[in-house]
Design a protein around this ligand. Sequence first.
Ligand code: TXA
Ligand code: MG
Length: 328
Amino acid sequence: MAKTSICIATISDKASRQMAHGLWRAGQVVAVPTETVYGLAGDATQDAAIRRIYEAKGRPSHNPLICHVASREMASDYAALSPLAEKLIAAFWPGPLTLVLPVKEGKLAAAVTAGLPTVALRCPAYAPFRDLIADYGAPLAAPSANMSGHLSPTCADDVSKSLGDRISLILDDGHTELGIESTIIGVTDDMITLLRPGSIGADAITTACGRAPMDRLDGTITAPGQLKSHYAPRALLRLNAATAKIKEIHIGFGSITGNMTLSADGDLVEAARNLFAVLRAADASGCPTIAVAPIPKVGVGLAINDRLERAAAPRGELDGPTGASNMT
Ligand code: TXA
Ligand code: MG
C-alpha cells in the first residue's frame, strides 16, 4: 500500500482529470475537493477500490461510505427514491445533503454499505467534482480524506499530511467552500431522521418536504461514524470557555478574541469554514488543552457544536485517535 511519491495536481487541468479517471478504472483511489471537505474517492462498484479506501484511512470496515453521484438519475440507478426523497433531492441537490436510502441490491460493491440495507448518496454542488463523476459514469465512494477518527481535511495539504504516503494523487482546488461535512438525513417512506447536522439545517429541510426531521434516538447508532469521539485533535478540548486557563490555547469567536479565532465577526458560516484549520493550528501549538469560546447553537452553529462535542468526547471509542484498533 505504501507509495513513495504523491502528485498534487490542479483539478481544472485536463491531464490530471484523465489521470484520476484512469486510476479509478484501475480500482485505485484519488483525493478530491468537494464544497464540504476533501474526500478520498474510489469507484463504488469495484470491491478492490472500496477495500483500498478502508485500508488507506484505517477505517473500520463496518463504517459505511458515502457514494457521490452526478445527478438524481444516477442516484435512482442505485437506490429507491421515495416521494419524500424526491422532494429533498429537488430542493437540495446538487448540494451538501447526504440521503440514506434503501439500496438496490447487487449494483454497488458490497463493502460500500457495510452490510446495511441502505446507502448514503450525495450529489456535490462543487461542479468540477460533479463533472468528473458524470464523465466517469459511475458513483464514487468518498469518505473524508483523513485517517479514520482524525480531523477532516479542508485543503490538499491537510490530505497530504494525513494520507500522503498512502495515496498517489490529490486533485487540488484550494480551501473548500463550506469546511464542514454534509448534513446526513435518513429517509424512509414516511419519516426523516437527522443523522449528522451540517450546513443545511433542519428548518430548511422541514420547509422543503413538509416534515420535520426526527433527532436520532439517543444511544441508537446505525453507523459507527455516529460514535461520539470522531473528530479528535491530539490535545484535549474544553468547550464554552469564555477565558483560557494556564497551559491552554484559546480559540475565540466574535467578541471573545482568544489566541486565534473562528470568526472575529461572529459569523457562523465563516466559523464553519475555518473550524478544522483552526483546530489543527491550535493542536500544532503543542498545548495540552484547547479551550473553545461558546458558539451559538443556531444555524450552522449546531453543526459546529456537534463536531466540537465529538472532538471533546472521551477518547478510546472505536474511531478515536487513542483507540489502538485503527490508528497508525
Ligand atoms: O461532506 C461529506 O459528507 C464528505 C465529503 C467528502 O462528501 N464525506 C464524509 O464522509 O464526511 P465520511 O465517510 O467521513 O462520513 C460519512 C458518514 C459516516 O458517519 C458514516 O457512518 C455515515 O456517513 N453513513 C454512511 N452510510 C450510511 C448508512 N447507510 N447509514 C447510516 N450512516 C451512514
Ligand atoms: Mg469523516
